[in-house]
Design a protein around this ligand. Structure first.
Ligand code: HEM
Length: 450
């Protein structure tokens, strides 16, 4: 429309899913106009790969991600790359996500898997959304900060956990729904949203400050976890320690970034296993062969193929922004230095040009090494790209392989609602991340290997 541009063409509830539909007709690169803003969407695998070239493009902290700064401040995910605390924190925390550290976390991850299996044994009809939120929060709290949040205990969770989830839910909806706000509406919506979660967020911050203070004052023992690493290590390059208010932002970052995305992955995979019992049987057989110790889980190739396939079709972070460092051409169009584009990973990871004709089909066997060689230009960036790529990738894959294999081993999974049986893919919901709409399962206990 004149002046307003395309604002009525946006779908606030399903912005990136809607964009996936548009891309099918508009092609691998197109532009949307919102007042005087021109947003370039890159939705084809080959062009998206060009935008991941760090020489020519950089990560842009824009759009929905900016909203998360309200919770996580200058934690890793929402810090600007030029902020010296980002590099410092990354140097200090990288070893906390390396293989040696994951071995240490295996015990905490296993304790949550035990709790999850026990809770699904007790309740035959399971709310998968709730279960995966609880499990992933507990994993990061127990592995990262040696805290049990009580999500699986009879006494119930700490009240601050409810505050965190409530605040996060508000920020997530805000992040998603405000992506096409007019310049006038944006600040008004922002002020209103901030007021609605301010009290809860203060309580969450106090809670996390308490966790840090307990450790510093020796009320909690020293531990080999992420919190211990942040409190006791200096940046090997500068010799600087992280300030305590930054450590608080990092703890909140891990609680938020570590659970929402991983829960989305677990829910997606469980949905496909319930839909395809033959795949669940293969996951189960692999678990029977390898066992559930650290090395056993790390080497579960087929289970990891299932995880990758879910991440390919339904990346929890479905799009990200990149800014051109230099003047250049992209898909035949001039892109001036400083211009920001939206890389639509959701579409690019299903591009038939780079993934073959059945790109929209859930087929884990495409991840088998020989089959993969057929797609040398495949595009797959569910964990982002470059120096700002996900620090928790290996953590999330190990955790997810453990949870999925334990569940497949312990239960026959079936949908509680017949509508799910009639679908070929989960119904997805957008709220900052892309996550299946809540669904329920009926679980029948098997005789597990463990
Ligand atoms: C960054 C996805 C699990 C912590 C990212 C980014 C993506 C992503 C796409 C880059 C975002 C951007 O460039 O704007 C995922 C997915 C996960 C997952 C799909 C699970 C399946 C985790 C876990 C943790 C974590 C388990 C921590 C325990 C972070 C942090 C960053 C990040 C701290 C920011 C890194 C930096 O900028 O230095 N993640 N993530 N993530 N993720 Fe994850």
């Amino acid at each position: 429309m004149p002046v307003l541009g395309d604002i009525f063409g946006a779908d606030r509830r399903r912005p990136t899913l809607h964009e996936m539909e548009l891309a099918k007709t508009l092609g691998p690169i197109y532009e949307r106009k919102l007042l005087d803003i021109h947003l370039t969407i890159v939705a084809g695998g080959r062009l998206a790969a060009e935008c991941n070239d760090e020489q020519r493009w950089a990560r842009a902290l824009a759009g929905p991600t900016l909203k998360f700064r309200e919770i996580t401040g200058s934690g890793l995910f929402t810090a600007r790359t030029r902020d010296p605390l980002w590099a410092q924190a990354r140097h200090i925390l990288d070893p906390g996500f390396a293989q040696g550290a994951l071995r240490v976390y295996h015990e905490a991850m296993t304790s949550v898997a035990d709790d999850l299996v026990a809770s699904w044994t007790a309740d035959t009809v399971v709310d998968v959304h709730r279960a995966m939120t609880d499990a992933t929060l507990e994993v990061i709290a127990r592995a990262g900060f040696s805290r049990d949040l009580g999500l699986f205990s009879e006494a119930g969770p700490q009240p601050e956990v409810a505050d965190l989830l409530q605040t996060l839910a508000t920020v997530l909806s805000w992040a998603s729904e405000s992506s096409n706000d007019l310049p006038v509406i944006g600040p008004i919506r922002g002020a209103w949203q901030r007021r609605s979660f301010a009290g809860g967020l203060d309580r969450v911050r106090d809670y996390v400050d308490g966790i840090v203070a307990d450790r510093v004052a020796g009320r909690e023992p020293e531990r080999d976890d992420l919190l211990g690493l942040m409190l006791n290590s200096a940046d090997p390059e500068t010799g600087e320690m992280l300030p305590h208010d930054n450590i608080r932002d990092q703890v909140l970052t891990f609680l938020v970034a570590g659970h929402e995305t991983t829960a989305a992955l677990l829910e997606t995979v469980v949905w496909y296993l319930a839909r395809h019992p033959d795949l669940a049987a293969r996951v189960r057989a692999e678990a029977g062969m390898r066992g559930f110790d650290y090395a056993g889980v790390a080497g579960m190739k087929f289970t990891r193929s299932v995880l990758n396939e879910a991440l390919r079709l339904w990346p929890a972070v479905p799009a990200y922004f990149r800014t051109a460092r230099v003047d250049q051409q992209l898909g035949g169009y001039d892109i001036p230095a400083g211009h920001t584009v939206l890389v639509h990973a959701l579409s690019s990871q299903r591009d038939t040009d780079v993934w073959g004709d059945d790109a929209a089909t859930f087929r884990p066997d495409r991840w088998e090494a020989k089959a993969l060689r057929e797609f040398p230009d495949r595009f797959f960036t569910p964990f982002g790209t470059g120096p700002r790529a996900c620090i928790g990738r290996a953590f999330a894959m190990q955790e997810s392989a453990l949870m999925i294999s334990r569940l497949a081993d312990a239960f026959d999974l079936a949908f509680a609602d017949p509508a799910d049986d009639a679908r070929s893919a989960p119904e997805m919901r957008e709220r900052g991340t892309l996550r299946p709409a809540p669904y329920r399962l009926t679980c029948t206990a098997r005789t597990p290997v463990t």
